[in-house]
Design a protein around this ligand. Structure first.
Ligand code: HEC
Length: 156
């Protein structure tokens, strides 16, 4: 009997380690290619972190959030695809260099109720720190817009 209880406790602990890991790990990059795509955005200032070309993709829930003036429903997902500028010609997209994802998830309290994740050009998790590498900037600049810089005007 005692042994059984111990076994149950062990099992419980193991299952819980599993769920904690699932809650903090980076999810696979969703298939965002069919989502609403933003206008083409070009940053030619080489000192900017966003030097290059990027497109924002928003799923149907996120589009509702943009339409509501940046009030996003739970589960909204937004992806940004970044490309390099090749040579001096910014009218052509260079090679893809990274992809980032935000997903509205109220359990992510440390990052304002959003999951933040970075991926390589091939879609592999790039293990960036969601607080230091992402949230601190979004929080500083756009906390009053549900932490989202872009707006519905970027999708016209
Ligand atoms: C230095 C500031 C800064 C950092 C750090 C940063 N971002 Fe952003 N992020 C921005 C800006 C500015 C935009 C708006 C780009 C635009 O409107 O074209 C943006 C846009 C986004 C968007 C599209 C939604 C929105 O806010 O417009 C996502 C998704 C995103 N970032 C995720 C991330 C992730 C994930 C990280 C960390 C890996 C990260 N960002 C790090 C400044 C930052």
């Amino acid at each position: 009997m005692k042994r059984l209880t111990l076994l149950n406790t062990l099992l419980f602990v193991l299952v819980c380690i599993g769920c904690a890991a699932a809650a903090t790990s980076t999810p696979p990059l969703p298939k965002y290619q069919g989502w609403t795509k933003s206008v083409r955005k070009v940053v030619t200032d080489k000192k900017s972190l966003f030097y290059g070309i990027h497109y924002i993709y928003a799923d149907p829930k996120a589009i509702k959030g943009y339409q509501a003036g940046n009030k996003f429903p739970e589960g909204s997902r937004i992806v940004v695809e970044h490309f390099n500028i090749k040579g001096d010609n910014s009218s052509i997209d260079g090679p893809k260099n990274m992809v980032v994802l935000m997903k509205k998830d109220k359990t992510r309290k440390a990052t304002g109720g959003w999951l933040y994740a970075g991926y390589t050009a091939e879609g592999k998790p790039s293990r960036l720190d969601p607080v230091k590498n992402c949230f601190e900037c979004h929080q500083k600049e756009v906390a009053g817009r549900d932490y989202i810089f872009s707006g519905i005007a970027d999708f016209k």
